[in-house]
Design a protein. Structure first.
Length: 320
């Protein structure tokens, strides 16, 4: 019961306030730990395929051990001082673990730049959201990149953190954020991280396997709630959910493409190299900047449904 209350309060705080830049955030500390750990391990281990794979695996163990140990220790200490202090810390972390409001705000900046700014403004805005090269994207490419990011991060930034938090409290939620942050920092298929980032990327795939599919399924009724095409979301998800090198990315992107009635994905450039990708969805109409807002509404509705479903399961399990 306490974890559900903390998760609900945390979600409400995130919806209201997002992530103010002045407020210390655990993901920033995790990012510094990853960066420092990578530098140390690269100095200690040989720059061979085996050495880099070992270094990447050790980085995962290091980051998870420190994240879990520090968060569990602080939570234990807070509850020892006073139960209400412990609960307050749980609520605070449950507020910082999801990133729905932050994702929505950054995506809306892209839409505003497309409508009222220049194309360069929109490219700079979307560059903060995506890992692909943005310098040569046209308006449709910028819009598509923003919509895809909102769709994919509905899992990474909203439902998966919520699932792990409700399963094991904010400590498990923070461990998931550590895995996700490692993947975003070192889980690339480029020359620098092809081997070093293998362990982080594989672990992220495993952690998101169930959440990605649950999120895609929840997007179908969420599309109906938002006045979007629920039948299209279901049809395109069933057809295109496996059309991606990642086992998880196309799950929510395909459902979102079907709900909006647009085509997403396709070839993209990363670090100067074009990566061939299949398209998701049907080009029933051209994508437009307002699709970014529609994708954000779909994300919000999916988050509410996930909170109701997962919170209800947690409460039922506690009662039983």
């Amino acid at each position: 019961m306490r974890i559900v209350c903390a998760a609900v309060l945390g979600a409400l705080l995130d919806a209201c306030f997002g992530d103010p830049r002045w407020l210390p955030h655990p993901v920033v500390a995790i990012g510094k730990l990853i960066s420092g750990g990578e530098k140390l391990l690269r100095r200690l281990l040989p720059a061979t395929r085996a050495g880099e794979r070992l270094g990447g695996a050790l980085l995962v163990l290091l980051v998870l051990a420190v994240t879990g140990g520090v968060s569990a220790g602080l939570l234990w200490l807070a509850f020892r001082i006073h139960p209400w202090l412990g609960f307050a810390l749980e609520v605070f972390w449950c507020y910082q673990i999801p990133a729905a409001r932050c994702l929505r705000d950054e995506a809306v900046k892209v839409r505003r730049a497309l409508e009222t700014g220049t194309l360069d403004d929109a490219r700079r805005a979307v560059a903060g959201l995506v890992g692909r090269d943005t310098e040569r994207l046209d308006g449709a490419g910028v819009t598509k990149a923003a919509v895809e990011t909102v769709a994919e991060n509905t899992t990474d930034g909203v439902t998966a953190p919520l699932l792990f938090t409700l399963l094991g409290g904010p400590v498990l939620g923070l461990l998931y954020k550590a895995v996700n942050t490692m993947d975003s920092m070192v889980g690339y298929r480029n020359d620098r991280y092809r081997y070093f980032g293998t362990a982080a990327a594989r672990l992220d795939d495993v952690c998101n396997y169930i959440p990605a599919r649950l999120t895609a399924l929840l997007m179908v009724p969420a599309a109906a709630v938002c006045g979007l095409d629920a039948a299209g979301a279901w049809r395109i998800w069933r057809r295109d959910r496996r059309k991606h090198r990642s086992p998880n990315s196309a799950q929510t992107e395909s459902a979102c493409a079907g709900a909006l009635g647009v085509q997403l994905a396709g070839d993209a450039s990363y670090f100067g190299q074009v990566v061939a990708k299949p398209t998701l969805g049907d080009a029933a109409r051209p994508i437009e900047p307002r699709d970014i807002d529609r994708a954000c509404r779909l994300m919000a509705a999916t988050a509410v449904l996930a909170l109701l479903l997962l919170g209800g399961i947690r409460l039922a399990a506690a009662l039983l």
